[in-house]
Design a protein. Structure first.
Length: 130
């Protein structure tokens, strides 16, 4: 019997308030408030998702709405139609046309050391709308 590598999923109608931790890839299509920590895995914020959380993962793909800071030891992708308000710290960042981002970006090696996401500071935000 083959082992499937399908990611875990939080559906559209699911609301989670608190801390989400895991050791496998995760797709969020519902609402999450708090923190998401998938240090060695991929987090996908789906097109229907509304996430109000600081997130930390190996790779982060954002298709929906995120309000919070992102720390990735790998790559962060902002896809067309997404909306992100918060700071991003990662090794690599890809931003598609029509993605909305408001925050600061740190693309240094510090992301690989697993540092926590910086705290929100509205006075420090810049706006980028692509």
């Amino acid at each position: 019997m083959a082992v499937e590598n399908t990611p875990a999923r939080i559906g559209k109608s699911v609301v989670i308030c608190g801390e989400v931790k895991g050791g496998e890839d995760l797709i969020v299509d519902g609402r999450v408030e708090g923190t998401v920590n998938l240090s060695e895995n991929r987090l996908t914020i789906g097109p229907n998702a509304n996430v109000l959380a600081d997130v930390a993962a190996k790779d982060v793909l954002i298709l929906g709405h995120l309000q919070g800071n992102v720390v990735a030891t790998g790559r962060v992708e902002l896809r067309a139609g997404c909306s992100v308000e918060g700071d991003i710290r990662a090794l690599r960042l890809a931003v598609e046309d029509n993605a909305v981002f408001r925050g600061k970006v740190d693309l240094t090696q510090n992301a690989a050391k697993g540092q926590e996401a910086p705290k929100n500071s509205a006075a420090q935000f810049g706006a980028v709308s692509l």
